[in-house]
Design a protein around this ligand. Structure first.
Ligand SMILES: [Zn+2]
Length: 223
């Protein structure tokens, strides 16, 4: 099956570094069959273009002084000061936009789904912040502070420690989005009914409260 992930490794592999160097406007000094440039590595404060070079057909530049080669994506990133993803997109364009490379731009538009603690509470989704992890099994009942959880499980006393966690540990973003939207849809429906009842009872304050909460559900549903 074709992966829909951006194949950045292949982009780097198939890069023509002299095209990239030209595009970036980097000054080149030709010496024999080699083209010398200032070392692009951020760790190398290079002042003379005598160590870092590339040759016709290479896909990266190599620096004799620091012993490092810099690939096309890194070279773009270091020179332009852009992100890794942006650099990969530029390289993709320089290589003539090959179709095997998934267009990152289109995919990245969607923001990561988020849910605040209050919103989770409103729609009845429990997002655990801590979890108990077994840490020790002891034949004697451990004398431990409150945060651990000693329990006898047949072979001995189990001690647990509290580990911090978040929803990423239990669900994918897609799963959380689906759960939250289902819950928000249900909640909005019941709040709408509650609002109708408040209206019939002639309680505008309560009606407004329910209406505001409906709005919060709508906001979750629009994400
Ligand atoms: Zn170097």
């Amino acid at each position: 099956m074709e992966s829909d992930k951006n194949n950045i490794a292949r982009l780097k592999e198939e890069a023509d570094i002299s095209t990239v160097v030209d595009y970036l406007g980097i000054e080149v000094h030709k010496k024999g069959s080699a083209y010398f440039i200032l070392c692009p590595s951020p760790q190398h404060d290079d002042t003379r273009p005598t160590n870092c070079y590339f040759k016709e057909g290479w896909n990266n530049v190599y620096c004799r002084a620091c012993g490092k080669s810099t690939n096309a994506v890194d070279l773009i990133m270091y020179t332009k000061g852009c992100s890794y993803g942006e650099a990969a997109d530029i390289l993709w364009e320089l290589e003539g936009k090959p179709s095997w490379y998934y267009v990152r731009r289109r995919r990245r538009k969607k923001k990561e789904f988020s849910l605040s603690k209050q919103e989770a509470q409103l729609i009845g989704v429990h997002l655990p912040g801590t979890v108990l992890c077994p840490s020790n099994l002891s034949p004697v009942k451990p004398d431990r502070p409150m945060r651990s959880y000693p329990g006898y499980i047949g072979d001995g006393y189990l001690t647990c420690r509290v580990e911090h966690c978040n929803w990423h540990d239990f669900a994918t973003e897609k799963q959380l989005r689906a759960i939250a939207k289902n819950k928000a849809r249900e909640k909005r429906e019941s709040l709408r009914h509650a609002g109708i009842i408040a209206h019939r009872l002639g309680n505008p304050v309560l009606e407004q409260v329910f209406s505001d909460m409906c709005g919060e559900c709508d906001s979750i549903l629009s994400r």
